[in-house]
Design a protein around this ligand. Sequence first.
Ligand code: AP5
Length: 217
Amino acid sequence: MFLILLGPPGSGKGTQAKTLSTRLKLVHLSTGDLLRAALKENRPLGIEAKAYMDKGELVPDELILGLIGEKMLDSSSSGYLLDGFPRTVIQAESLDAMLDRNQRKVDLAIKLNLLEETLIKRLSGRVYCPKCNANFNVFFDPPKGAGKCDNCQGTLERRPDDQENVVRNRIKVYRNQTEPVEDYYGKQGLLHEVNADQPPDKVTEAIVRVLISSGKK
Ligand code: AP5
């Protein structure tokens, strides 16, 4: 199965992708996580991407397509959950071409819906542990000790692109460049919208209901 999670920054794609990929036995591919890992390892891709990410702009399509093609060829899994990709119509068309060459296709695209002010609040509260990658949210899922990771006691950090001015640009970029991707899947009858303004487990259940009603589970 090829399942795509769409939704503006902070709508909960990463949170849902972690739960759903385990539950549905799909490989979770997050282009944002792959770019941040490349940066952490000082790879040229990460260094080049940083300039775009820090401003909340999209990384050029050719860099992303090289990255995703490599990862999808890497794995022998029969199913993928794509989080943060595709983000432009060019990426969506290239994904279709890549899948078509392997007699595969996108099964469903799920869009997580949330009001802009809630997106901003979620991202202003997000903290993560650079040592073990655990995520917390000071408003919605606070760590037990202030500023320390519950799992490994690492010092929690904020993502540089979670500053409010950058978040507002990321949301604008989503509206301009990624909403056309929603239309792309909508025209093919593959797009389903889910209310993301509810606790994470309820969002997961809403997505699973869509999969069941579409005959994908
Ligand atoms: P990326 O890492 O993909 O960021 P994003 O899409 O902006 O998404 P986020 O990770 O910020 O949010 P999310 O929707 O995953 O929400 P999360 O679950 O974390 O991309 C970063 C950058 O990389 C881009 O700006 C771009 O530069 C570049 N890039 C990446 N992919 C690219 C591509 N394909 N093409 C070009 N450039 C690309 O949740 C957010 C917070 O809310 C967390 O604290 C979480 O705990 C909390 N939360 C989640 N769900 C709930 C809930 N139901 N209730 C309460 N709190 C919740």
